[in-house]
Design a protein around this ligand. Structure first.
Ligand SMILES: [Mn+2]
Length: 322
């Protein structure tokens, strides 16, 4: 007997989450639990930094909500969900157990997922790019309140500096500089991930690590970042038709909430796959026709005219060269 009625659940083909950081006081375990209870999926990928072993080694922090999250994940398996754990840097000791199955959870350092519409996705946490990405420690989140506090502090700080004979030091400039650094950090991380996806010849990549949820097409690769359950409370999901979406819950984990942000992948990411499909098919009458159509399209575009549909009647207006 299930404790939640099935009708209330939202069904997805796949759910990806990362950077939960269980074992730290910053983990939004209740929100995650709320989310996990409200969804049902065929595949659940835990994309690293789920349990923060580093933090637990420093100071033991394990409230009962954290146990409940673990229980819920293990329970998903009983309901027909294939659970895959992709270790991150905070739970890297699990990397030694690549391809093993523990309590129904498969550990896999870099699984390949195939979407319902036949796209290949490489899944990895993303810390392997730390060495490539400069300034990787610059992941800071500056909240509004902190900004105010710092501005106030800055006033006194500068009085002190003047009194000591130093010049004025602008905090807001400093923050702007830091923000620029953060943005350049994120983009160099994304570049490194996308380059890796090119190497692996996949259509899509799902990662985490930088706590910055995203679904975006970069250089013909669909880049998906799960975000985290510390600040963003976010997930990447795949619908049953293969459509990818990023969900961000505004701190409540409630799918129905007004504050839930939903960002769908761009249509181009899916269209591109459909266009490139003929090459993969065995040559036959169907694919030969498609090749002919593409050729016609290419010739038409090089001549800058709209290719006319086979069965449409051509009116003089349409025949005009643009
Ligand atoms: Mn990480």
């Amino acid at each position: 007997m299930s404790d939640e009625p099935k009708s209330k659940k939202t069904h997805f083909r796949t759910v990806w989450i990362s950077d939960v950081h269980l074992g730290t006081k910053y983990c939004r375990a209740e929100r995650l639990l709320h989310f996990l209870k409200s969804v049902q999926c065929d595949y659940l990928y835990l994309v690293g930094d789920i349990i923060d072993i580093w933090a637990l080694k420093r100071k033991w922090h394990w409230p009962k909500e954290h146990t409940n999250v673990v229980r819920r994940v293990l329970k998903s398996d009983n309901k027909g969900t294939h659970v895959v754990f992709v270790p991150g840097n905070h739970d890297e000791m699990f990397r030694g157990y690549n391809r093993l199955i523990f309590g129904g959870v498969e550990i896999n350092n870099e699984p390949i997922h195939t979407t319902a519409d036949g796209r290949k996705a490489v899944i990895l946490h993303g810390d392997i790019f730390d060495a490539i990405v400069a300034n990787h420690r610059v992941i800071t989140f500056i909240g509004d309140w902190l900004y105010d506090v710092l501005l106030y502090t800055n006033k006194w700080f500068n009085r002190l500096r003047l009194w000591c004979g130093f010049g004025h030091w602008s905090l807001s400039n400093y923050i702007k500089h830091r923000v620029k650094q953060v943005i350049s950090f994120i983009s160099s991380f994304e570049d490194a991930v996308v380059r890796y996806a090119h190497q692996k010849k996949v259509d899509m990549v799902v990662c985490g690590h930088i706590h910055h949820p995203e679904v975006r097409e970069i250089d013909d690769v669909l880049y998906c970042n799960c975000g985290d359950w510390v600040e963003n409370c976010s997930a990447i999901v795949e619908h049953f038709d293969g459509r990818i979406e990023m969900l961000r819950f505004g701190f409540d984990g409630d799918l129905e909430s007004d504050r839930t942000e939903k960002v769908s992948e761009p249509d181009s990411a899916r269209r591109r796959k459909t266009v490139s499909e003929p090459n993969a098919e065995p040559v036959g009458a169907g694919s030969a026709n498609r090749v002919a159509d593409r050729l016609k399209l290419e010739i038409a575009s090089s001549l800058a005219v709209e290719p006319e549909p086979e069965d449409a009647e051509v009116t003089p207006d349409e025949a005009v060269v643009s």
